[in-house]
Design a protein around this ligand. Structure first.
Ligand SMILES: *[C@@H]1O[C@H](CO)[C@@H](O)[C@H](O)[C@H]1NC(C)=O
Ligand SMILES: *[C@@H]1O[C@H](CO)[C@@H](O)[C@H](O)[C@H]1NC(C)=O
Ligand SMILES: *[C@@H]1O[C@H](CO)[C@@H](O)[C@H](O)[C@H]1NC(C)=O
Ligand SMILES: *[C@@H]1O[C@H](CO)[C@@H](O)[C@H](O)[C@H]1NC(C)=O
Ligand SMILES: *[C@@H]1O[C@H](CO)[C@@H](O)[C@H](O)[C@H]1NC(C)=O
Ligand SMILES: *[C@@H]1O[C@H](CO)[C@@H](O)[C@H](O)[C@H]1NC(C)=O
Length: 310
């Protein structure tokens, strides 16, 4: 029995402290999702129950092999995130976001996310996530999607992952070049790394954030390949320092509109509240989502670690 022997050789331990683990355990249920019990806060969504937009796939879909070696005994289930025409979020006390369609999963511990933010965004921490295309719920690459980001209160993103055609007013030629590629953006929306969003494989990302010196570094790999650095250490100077630079860690399907020529010129650029949405059902698959603290090294899969980008 080769595999149990190997598993015994490499115990279930990561090299560095995991601060928050969003690799959905098999005991996490739809009821938990619906009521934000466990690692996911599921309140940023449309009018239906959370389970209408997010589902756990049990053993029916294989998660990224990066943290689930050989997939003999996966330790997590895939979670899908989707939107439809009901995915209009109404923020507390705010106007409905008719321009967006969105379902966000936010890192939390049984609904608590404020204290978690201060733990996740301290020193140097690494945000891990793996994404796969959901063939049953294809995206429309004529639109911009913001899929993973950390959002401080000013609505900016410390870093962000974008798919599709960036929103422009007026609308340019669609789809834009690179619409089918992931774009890793810094706070000022510079593209740090891009790679095609090919089907049938897990795209693994890790973004290293130094919260004191305000720098970023990006790692990437496919399926079981160990994460590799794909950028140098890059300055992220427009991100705010301290508490005002901290925010929730989201993984989502957030779809921006296209400009509606029938809207007033002033409203045509208001992507939150105005614009064209087709109302289609679209989604993404996620696994391997967690946050670790870099003490000396960070995890790159296969129970291996490496030094941070410096
Ligand atoms: C799942 O099981 C683990 C380990 O027994 C436990 O710590 C956790 O609270 C459980 N999660 C849920 C959502 O029941
Ligand atoms: C989902 O949670 C809400 C309250 O948050 C509750 O009213 C509703 O019955 C729950 N639905 C399911 C399917 O568990
Ligand atoms: C949420 O689920 C509960 C229990 O199944 C159901 O009674 C309620 O109508 C659902 N809410 C919506 C908005 O679908
Ligand atoms: C989608 O929802 C919007 C806002 O509620 C509505 O105006 C529009 O008619 C809907 N579109 C479709 C295709 O159902
Ligand atoms: C931030 O990191 C420092 C140094 O490791 C530690 O002493 C402190 O407790 C951390 N703060 C939080 C809120 O985790
Ligand atoms: C952060 O910046 C300080 C001051 O410039 C420097 O001494 C330190 O080496 C930097 N730390 C890292 C991890 O780059």
């Amino acid at each position: 029995m080769l595999l149990p022997f190997l598993l015994a050789l490499f115990p279930f331990a990561l090299g560095t402290p995991v601060i928050w683990d969003g690799r959905a355990p098999f005991n996490l249920t739809n009821e938990d999702l619906n009521s934000s019990i466990g690692p996911f806060l599921t309140v940023v969504k449309g009018s239906e129950n959370a389970t209408h937009y997010t589902s756990l796939h049990g053993h029916s879909l294989a998660p990224t092999p990066l943290w689930n070696q050989f997939l003999v005994l996966p330790t997590e289930q895939v979670i899908s995130v989707s939107i439809d025409n009901t995915s209009i979020f109404v923020p507390g006390g705010g106007a409905p976001q008719y321009g967006f369609r969105r379902t966000d999963i936010i890192a939390a511990n049984d609904g608590e996310h404020t204290a978690l933010i201060t733990e996740m965004e301290n020193g140097t921490t690494v945000f891990h996530f793996s994404v796969m295309l959901d063939k049953d719920k294809p995206l429309n690459f004529n639109h911009e999607y913001q899929i993973v980001f950390i959002e401080p209160n000013d609505g900016s993103h410390v870093f962000g992952i974008q798919l599709g055609s960036p929103f422009t007013n007026p609308t340019g030629n669609l789809p834009a070049p690179n619409a089918h590629s992931f774009k890793v953006l810094d706070h000022a929306l510079n593209v740090l790394f891009t790679t095609p969003f090919t089907a049938d494989i897990w795209h693994n990302f890790a973004v290293q954030v130094d919260w004191t010196n305000r720098t970023l570094g990006v790692f990437y790999s496919k399926n079981a390949a160990l994460l590799k650095p794909v950028t140098n250490l890059v300055q992220n100077p427009t991100a705010a320092e301290g508490v005002s630079g901290q925010g929730d860690f989201h993984f989502t399907v957030l779809k921006l509109p296209l400009v509606n020529p029938n809207d007033s010129p002033a409203n045509q650029g208001d992507v939150v509240h105005y614009g064209i949405q087709e109302g289609s059902t679209e989604g993404l698959l996620y696994s391997g989502v967690f946050v670790e603290s870099v003490v000396h090294e960070l995890s790159i899969g296969g129970h291996s670690t490496t030094l941070p980008i410096s």
